[in-house]
Design a protein around this ligand. Structure first.
Ligand code: NAD
Length: 258
């Protein structure tokens, strides 16, 4: 896949799935904006891209704040010259807490970063995409959009909302050559999950996932790049699990096949 002459804005680009996609897009010729709340991490990723001969800048952005989003996109457009072609919404937070006394402030924060952040960045990016009559938006949802998890009251709800939001974008943006799709990663070891996974969590996932392994960053990156590519022009509003078969699998592991 070739992303020469494409401009790409990545939120959450300073770490994990966003970082991996940013590096891969730059390696294939894209002008990459590495946007993150953590500017230090974003700068490290941008510097790595530059050291490999790619084109990147780091920008501080708080996706949950409309002014911050607008200002980051203005800076990005000044840098690469007007139009954002590709947007990856990968910024996200978990907010693990028991449902019974889940703090409303934490609930609102998770919803604001994960859902409102995706809304704000998609809206801002699509304003220039509409003018260019081309655009690709990929939203990083989660298998948690469909499967409940202990402590994931806000996270799972926010990821289901991201899938709904992705579908809402299709009808108004589709006529302008813009696609919006969501991926649902299964478990991948990144700073987001490392803090909450115990060895037992990893063992349980490994036994439940038909592929018998956790997801790798490369699994996510190859899917994201495909959905951002020209070849995915006719895929719009899709919700694509990238989970080794986790969502498809049932509970029965017994029984003879012959
Ligand atoms: P990560 O923590 O490595 O990266 C997330 C990045 O988002 C961080 O760099 C963080 O600084 C940034 N961020 C957080 N709040 C922000 C804000 N308000 N504004 C801008 N940036 C902000 O996590 P990751 O695993 O790479 O997760 C990326 C996305 O993938 C998230 O949306 C997450 O929910 C989703 N996801 C991850 C997994 C997994 O197993 N790792 C599974 C399913 C979905």
């Amino acid at each position: 896949m070739d992303f020469k002459n494409k401009t790409a804005f990545i939120t959450g680009g300073g770490s994990g799935i966003g970082e991996s996609a940013a590096i891969a897009l730059a390696a294939r010729g894209a002008y990459v904006v590495v946007g993150d709340l953590n500017f230090e991490n974003a700068s490290q990723v941008a510097n790595e891209i530059l050291s490999q001969g790619g084109k990147a800048i780091a920008l501080e952005i708080d996706v949950s704040d409309a002014n911050s989003v607008d200002s980051a996109f203005k800076k990005a457009e000044d840098w690469y010259g007007d139009t954002t072609n590709l947007l990856l919404n990968s910024a996200g937070i978990l907010g693990i807490h028991a449902f019974i006394d889940y703090p409303v402030d934490l609930f609102n924060k998770v919803m604001t970063v994960n859902v409102t952040g995706t809304f704000l960045c998609s809206q801002r990016a699509s304003q220039s995409m509409v003018k260019a009559e081309f655009g690709r938006i990929v939203n990083v949802a989660s298998v948690s959009a469909e499967r409940a998890g202990i402590g994931r009251t806000a996270y799972g709800t926010s990821k289901a909302a991201m899938v709904g939001l992705t579908k809402q974008l299709t009808m108004e943006l589709g006529p302008y050559g813009i696609t919006a799709n969501a991926i649902a990663p299964g478990p991948v070891l990144t700073p987001l999950t490392e803090a909450s996974y115990t060895p037992e969590t990893i063992e349980a996932y490994t036994s439940m996932i038909p592929a018998h392994r956790l997801g790798l960053l490369d699994d996510m990156t190859s899917t994201i790049l495909f959905l951002l590519s020209d070849g995915a022009a006719y895929i719009n509003g899709a919700y694509l699990p990238v989970d080794g078969g986790y969502l498809a699998s049932g509970v029965s592991k017994t029984g003879k096949l012959t």
